[in-house]
Design a protein around this ligand. Structure first.
Ligand SMILES: NC(=O)c1ccc[n+]([C@@H]2O[C@H](COP(=O)([O-])OP(=O)(O)OC[C@H]3O[C@@H](n4cnc5c(N)ncnc54)[C@H](OP(=O)(O)O)[C@@H]3O)[C@@H](O)[C@H]2O)c1
Length: 248
């Protein structure tokens, strides 16, 4: 059994899978949570093989927008202290916004997928967070800082305000709360068939470093914030975007 336990939402694919690999590599046990059991199991097997610890990663399926499904995650934690919660599940959800009813549904699904998933997982695990030393990390988006995604941008921006409150509430218990805000990251399921060659070129051109991000770029930032060296960093938004949006 690893010394530390991490829970990573959306850990079956893309950025979440890279985070799971990085944290397992650092000796954590990792519970990866998502809706698709087969995808999670395949990733857990890969992570276990790579880190050489057969039980290091464990798959837990749950739709994190549904409060009733959080019980399974708490059960999988099995009473252990939770050192790290990485709220990475989310994504851009399209919809028909030509009517007010469609607009309401579009906003609700984006808020559910990107805000509620993080709020419910964090609240479910809050009593179990390691005190002192716990880490809560939220994955937002460059879209929160520069717009461009409508309801998705607004939903990701909501995470920033909530992170500041949570950092204030948990700080006295030496638990940190930070946001990692990725720019354009290729090699994930995020864009699906929405990405075009022109869209890729445009996004790369918007960076200062002239390349797309990869999931490991984001995972390394999460790894830092999740580790003991980052105990004096809380209530911060760390942009990992190749310089597409500048810090201020
Ligand atoms: N790729 C980018 O350029 C980019 C840029 C900025 C921010 N981000 C953010 O980074 C995070 C990871 O995205 P990614 O690029 O790695 O894309 P991804 O491969 O689509 O990962 C999203 C993950 O979230 C899980 N998920 C979605 N809704 C869920 C729910 N209701 N309950 C449980 N799990 C859920 C998905 O698994 P299931 O479908 O199996 O549930 C999937 O594993 C997202 O929050 C995304 O908004 C990505």
């Amino acid at each position: 059994m690893g010394e530390r336990l991490a829970v990573v939402s959306g850990g079956g694919t893309g950025i979440g899978a890279a985070v799971a690999r990085a944290l397992a590599g650092d000796g954590c046990d990792v519970l990866i949570v998502g809706r698709r059991a087969d995808v999670l199991l395949a990733t857990a097997e890969r992570v276990n093989a790579e880190c050489g610890r057969p039980g290091a990663a464990q798959a837990v399926s749950a739709d994190l927008t549904d409060p009733e499904q959080l019980g399974g995650v708490v059960e999988a934690v099995a009473g252990r202290p939770v050192d790290v919660v990485v709220n990475n599940a989310g994504g851009y959800l399209g919809g028909d916004v030509s009517t007010l009813a469609g607009t309401a549904a579009h906003w609700r699904t984006n808020l559910d997928a990107n805000v509620l998933t993080a709020v419910l997982l964090t609240e479910a695990l809050r009593p179990a967070l390691r005190r002192p030393g716990g880490r809560v990390i939220l994955v937002s988006s460059i879209a929160a800082q520069r717009g461009g995604g409508g309801a998705y941008s607004a939903a990701k921006a909501a995470l920033h305000g909530w992170a500041y409150d949570l950092a204030g509430q948990l700080g006295p218990e030496q638990i940190t709360v930070n946001v990692v805000s990725p720019g354009y990251v290729a090699e994930t399921e995020f864009f699906g068939d929405r990405m075009t060659p022109q869209g890729h070129v445009k996004r790369v051109a918007a960076t200062l470093v002239g390349r797309a991000g990869v999931p490991d770029d984001i995972a390394e930032a999460v790894r830092y914030l999740a580790g003991p060296a980052a105990g004096y960093v809380t209530g911060q938004v760390l942009g990992v975007n190749g310089g597409s949006v500048l810090g201020r």
